[in-house]
Unconditional design. Structure first.
Length: 245
Protein backbone atom coordinates (compact mmCIF):
# COMPACT_ATOMS: atom_id res chain seq x y z
CA UNK A 1 0.00 0.00 0.00
CA UNK A 2 1.09 3.54 -0.78
CA UNK A 3 0.83 6.07 2.05
CA UNK A 4 1.01 9.87 1.87
CA UNK A 5 1.75 12.13 4.86
CA UNK A 6 0.31 15.67 4.67
CA UNK A 7 1.42 17.86 7.58
CA UNK A 8 2.90 21.36 7.76
CA UNK A 9 5.22 20.42 10.63
CA UNK A 10 8.49 18.83 9.37
CA UNK A 11 9.14 17.13 12.72
CA UNK A 12 5.71 15.54 12.65
CA UNK A 13 6.19 14.21 9.10
CA UNK A 14 9.58 12.75 10.04
CA UNK A 15 8.15 11.11 13.19
CA UNK A 16 5.19 9.56 11.34
CA UNK A 17 7.42 8.26 8.54
CA UNK A 18 9.83 6.73 11.07
CA UNK A 19 7.00 4.99 12.94
CA UNK A 20 5.58 3.65 9.68
CA UNK A 21 8.94 2.23 8.65
CA UNK A 22 9.33 0.55 12.03
CA UNK A 23 5.78 -0.72 12.61
CA UNK A 24 4.37 -1.07 9.09
CA UNK A 25 7.23 -2.10 6.77
CA UNK A 26 4.76 -3.24 4.10
CA UNK A 27 3.65 0.38 3.57
CA UNK A 28 5.40 2.39 0.85
CA UNK A 29 5.86 6.01 1.97
CA UNK A 30 5.32 8.53 -0.82
CA UNK A 31 6.98 11.96 -1.02
CA UNK A 32 5.52 14.14 1.73
CA UNK A 33 3.37 17.24 1.38
CA UNK A 34 3.38 20.26 3.71
CA UNK A 35 -0.02 21.82 3.11
CA UNK A 36 -3.33 21.87 1.24
CA UNK A 37 -1.95 22.92 -2.16
CA UNK A 38 1.01 20.53 -2.19
CA UNK A 39 -1.22 17.79 -0.72
CA UNK A 40 -3.71 18.02 -3.59
CA UNK A 41 -0.92 17.97 -6.15
CA UNK A 42 0.73 14.93 -4.54
CA UNK A 43 -2.57 13.03 -4.31
CA UNK A 44 -3.25 13.65 -7.99
CA UNK A 45 0.25 12.58 -8.94
CA UNK A 46 0.62 9.39 -6.87
CA UNK A 47 -2.95 8.15 -6.14
CA UNK A 48 -2.20 6.96 -2.58
CA UNK A 49 -4.09 4.18 -0.80
CA UNK A 50 -3.86 5.89 2.61
CA UNK A 51 -3.48 9.58 3.48
CA UNK A 52 -2.29 10.67 6.93
CA UNK A 53 -3.85 14.11 7.04
CA UNK A 54 -3.21 16.97 9.45
CA UNK A 55 -6.21 19.26 9.97
CA UNK A 56 -4.80 22.70 10.79
CA UNK A 57 -2.16 23.78 8.26
CA UNK A 58 -0.70 27.13 7.23
CA UNK A 59 -2.50 27.38 3.89
CA UNK A 60 -5.85 25.91 4.99
CA UNK A 61 -7.17 22.77 6.63
CA UNK A 62 -7.58 19.11 5.82
CA UNK A 63 -11.32 19.40 5.21
CA UNK A 64 -10.73 22.04 2.53
CA UNK A 65 -8.24 19.70 0.90
CA UNK A 66 -10.78 16.85 0.80
CA UNK A 67 -13.47 19.09 -0.68
CA UNK A 68 -11.03 20.21 -3.38
CA UNK A 69 -10.01 16.63 -4.21
CA UNK A 70 -13.68 15.70 -4.59
CA UNK A 71 -13.52 12.02 -5.56
CA UNK A 72 -11.87 10.43 -2.52
CA UNK A 73 -10.43 7.05 -3.53
CA UNK A 74 -8.06 6.71 -0.56
CA UNK A 75 -8.48 5.91 3.13
CA UNK A 76 -8.09 8.85 5.52
CA UNK A 77 -6.32 8.77 8.87
CA UNK A 78 -6.53 12.19 10.50
CA UNK A 79 -3.57 13.27 12.63
CA UNK A 80 -3.98 16.43 14.69
CA UNK A 81 -3.19 18.14 17.98
CA UNK A 82 -6.87 19.10 18.42
CA UNK A 83 -9.80 16.87 19.38
CA UNK A 84 -12.65 19.26 18.51
CA UNK A 85 -12.64 18.25 14.83
CA UNK A 86 -13.40 14.56 15.41
CA UNK A 87 -17.11 14.66 14.51
CA UNK A 88 -16.46 16.51 11.27
CA UNK A 89 -13.58 14.16 10.47
CA UNK A 90 -15.76 11.07 10.59
CA UNK A 91 -18.20 12.64 8.14
CA UNK A 92 -15.52 11.77 5.61
CA UNK A 93 -15.58 8.10 6.71
CA UNK A 94 -12.15 8.46 8.28
CA UNK A 95 -10.47 5.21 9.29
CA UNK A 96 -9.12 6.81 12.45
CA UNK A 97 -8.52 10.11 14.26
CA UNK A 98 -5.16 10.18 16.04
CA UNK A 99 -4.11 12.89 18.48
CA UNK A 100 -0.51 14.09 18.60
CA UNK A 101 1.85 12.90 19.95
CA UNK A 102 1.09 9.58 18.26
CA UNK A 103 2.27 6.21 19.50
CA UNK A 104 3.58 3.51 17.20
CA UNK A 105 0.87 1.17 18.50
CA UNK A 106 -1.97 3.56 17.60
CA UNK A 107 -0.49 4.17 14.17
CA UNK A 108 -0.06 0.45 13.50
CA UNK A 109 -3.65 -0.29 14.54
CA UNK A 110 -4.98 2.48 12.28
CA UNK A 111 -3.04 1.10 9.31
CA UNK A 112 -4.35 -2.42 10.05
CA UNK A 113 -7.93 -1.09 9.99
CA UNK A 114 -7.27 0.66 6.69
CA UNK A 115 -5.83 -2.55 5.22
CA UNK A 116 -8.86 -4.52 6.36
CA UNK A 117 -11.27 -2.04 4.77
CA UNK A 118 -9.30 -2.00 1.51
CA UNK A 119 -9.23 -5.81 1.45
CA UNK A 120 -13.01 -6.01 1.91
CA UNK A 121 -13.58 -3.48 -0.86
CA UNK A 122 -11.29 -5.40 -3.22
CA UNK A 123 -13.14 -8.64 -2.48
CA UNK A 124 -16.43 -6.90 -3.24
CA UNK A 125 -15.00 -5.66 -6.53
CA UNK A 126 -14.07 -9.24 -7.43
CA UNK A 127 -17.59 -10.44 -6.65
CA UNK A 128 -19.07 -7.59 -8.69
CA UNK A 129 -16.77 -8.39 -11.62
CA UNK A 130 -17.82 -12.05 -11.49
CA UNK A 131 -21.50 -11.08 -11.45
CA UNK A 132 -21.00 -8.71 -14.38
CA UNK A 133 -19.19 -11.36 -16.42
CA UNK A 134 -21.98 -13.86 -15.75
CA UNK A 135 -24.88 -11.52 -16.46
CA UNK A 136 -23.57 -9.72 -19.55
CA UNK A 137 -21.75 -12.46 -21.47
CA UNK A 138 -24.50 -12.62 -24.14
CA UNK A 139 -26.09 -9.21 -23.75
CA UNK A 140 -26.73 -7.44 -27.04
CA UNK A 141 -27.01 -3.79 -27.97
CA UNK A 142 -28.66 -2.21 -31.02
CA UNK A 143 -26.54 0.38 -32.85
CA UNK A 144 -28.30 2.54 -35.43
CA UNK A 145 -26.48 4.47 -38.17
CA UNK A 146 -27.97 6.54 -40.98
CA UNK A 147 -28.15 3.52 -43.29
CA UNK A 148 -27.98 0.39 -41.11
CA UNK A 149 -29.04 -1.20 -37.84
CA UNK A 150 -26.44 -3.39 -36.11
CA UNK A 151 -27.16 -5.95 -33.39
CA UNK A 152 -23.88 -6.35 -31.50
CA UNK A 153 -22.79 -8.44 -28.51
CA UNK A 154 -21.38 -6.22 -25.76
CA UNK A 155 -18.47 -8.66 -25.44
CA UNK A 156 -17.51 -7.81 -29.06
CA UNK A 157 -17.09 -4.06 -28.41
CA UNK A 158 -13.46 -3.18 -27.71
CA UNK A 159 -13.90 0.52 -27.04
CA UNK A 160 -15.88 3.67 -27.74
CA UNK A 161 -14.31 6.98 -28.68
CA UNK A 162 -15.96 10.40 -28.65
CA UNK A 163 -16.05 12.40 -31.87
CA UNK A 164 -17.70 15.66 -30.85
CA UNK A 165 -21.32 14.79 -30.06
CA UNK A 166 -20.93 11.49 -31.94
CA UNK A 167 -19.20 8.22 -31.05
CA UNK A 168 -17.04 5.71 -32.90
CA UNK A 169 -17.60 2.10 -31.79
CA UNK A 170 -14.65 -0.26 -32.40
CA UNK A 171 -15.47 -3.97 -32.68
CA UNK A 172 -13.36 -7.10 -32.25
CA UNK A 173 -13.79 -7.99 -35.93
CA UNK A 174 -12.07 -4.74 -36.96
CA UNK A 175 -15.26 -2.91 -37.91
CA UNK A 176 -15.84 0.70 -36.82
CA UNK A 177 -19.40 1.99 -36.45
CA UNK A 178 -20.12 5.73 -36.35
CA UNK A 179 -23.14 6.51 -34.14
CA UNK A 180 -24.97 9.82 -33.65
CA UNK A 181 -24.97 9.51 -29.86
CA UNK A 182 -22.63 11.08 -27.32
CA UNK A 183 -20.09 9.03 -25.41
CA UNK A 184 -21.92 9.86 -22.18
CA UNK A 185 -25.01 8.08 -23.49
CA UNK A 186 -22.97 4.93 -24.10
CA UNK A 187 -21.28 5.30 -20.70
CA UNK A 188 -24.73 5.34 -19.07
CA UNK A 189 -26.01 2.53 -21.30
CA UNK A 190 -23.04 0.23 -20.55
CA UNK A 191 -22.90 0.98 -16.82
CA UNK A 192 -22.19 -2.16 -14.79
CA UNK A 193 -21.26 -4.26 -17.82
CA UNK A 194 -17.47 -4.26 -17.65
CA UNK A 195 -16.84 -0.94 -19.41
CA UNK A 196 -14.67 1.78 -17.85
CA UNK A 197 -14.56 5.52 -18.64
CA UNK A 198 -10.78 5.86 -18.88
CA UNK A 199 -10.88 9.42 -20.19
CA UNK A 200 -13.46 12.06 -21.06
CA UNK A 201 -13.20 10.89 -24.69
CA UNK A 202 -12.72 7.15 -24.18
CA UNK A 203 -14.81 4.25 -22.87
CA UNK A 204 -13.07 0.86 -22.85
CA UNK A 205 -14.13 -2.76 -22.44
CA UNK A 206 -11.91 -4.01 -19.61
CA UNK A 207 -11.93 -7.56 -20.99
CA UNK A 208 -9.92 -6.31 -24.01
CA UNK A 209 -7.17 -4.70 -21.91
CA UNK A 210 -3.70 -5.94 -22.75
CA UNK A 211 -1.29 -3.55 -21.03
CA UNK A 212 -1.23 -0.49 -18.76
CA UNK A 213 1.64 1.91 -19.38
CA UNK A 214 3.19 3.45 -16.26
CA UNK A 215 3.29 7.24 -16.51
CA UNK A 216 1.79 10.16 -14.63
CA UNK A 217 -1.60 9.92 -16.28
CA UNK A 218 -1.05 6.72 -18.14
CA UNK A 219 -2.14 4.88 -21.24
CA UNK A 220 -3.63 1.48 -21.86
CA UNK A 221 -3.02 -0.77 -24.84
CA UNK A 222 -6.02 -2.77 -26.03
CA UNK A 223 -5.84 -6.21 -27.63
CA UNK A 224 -6.37 -4.71 -31.08
CA UNK A 225 -3.21 -2.60 -30.60
CA UNK A 226 -5.02 0.68 -30.03
CA UNK A 227 -3.56 3.01 -27.38
CA UNK A 228 -6.02 4.86 -25.12
CA UNK A 229 -5.11 7.68 -22.69
CA UNK A 230 -6.12 7.39 -19.03
CA UNK A 231 -6.99 10.51 -17.03
CA UNK A 232 -4.81 11.02 -13.93
CA UNK A 233 -7.72 10.88 -11.49
CA UNK A 234 -9.13 7.70 -13.10
CA UNK A 235 -5.97 5.61 -13.14
CA UNK A 236 -6.33 4.54 -9.49
CA UNK A 237 -9.85 3.17 -10.10
CA UNK A 238 -8.67 1.36 -13.23
CA UNK A 239 -5.84 -0.34 -11.35
CA UNK A 240 -8.27 -1.48 -8.66
CA UNK A 241 -10.54 -2.99 -11.31
CA UNK A 242 -7.58 -4.79 -12.89
CA UNK A 243 -6.56 -6.19 -9.50
CA UNK A 244 -10.08 -7.58 -9.08
CA UNK A 245 -10.06 -9.52 -12.36
Amino acid sequence: MKALIIDDEPKSRIAIAAMLKKNCPEVEILPEADGVKSGIETIQKYNPDIVFLDIQMRDGNGFELLKEVGDITFKIIFITAYNEFAINAFKYSAVDYLLKPISGKDLSEAVSRAKEIISKEENQLKMNALAVNTQTADRKVVLKTTDSIYVVNLRDIIRCEADGNYTNIYLANGKKIFISKSLKEFDDMFSGTGFFRAHSAHLINVSFLEKVKRSRGGEVVMKDGSVVPVAILRKHDLLKIIDSL
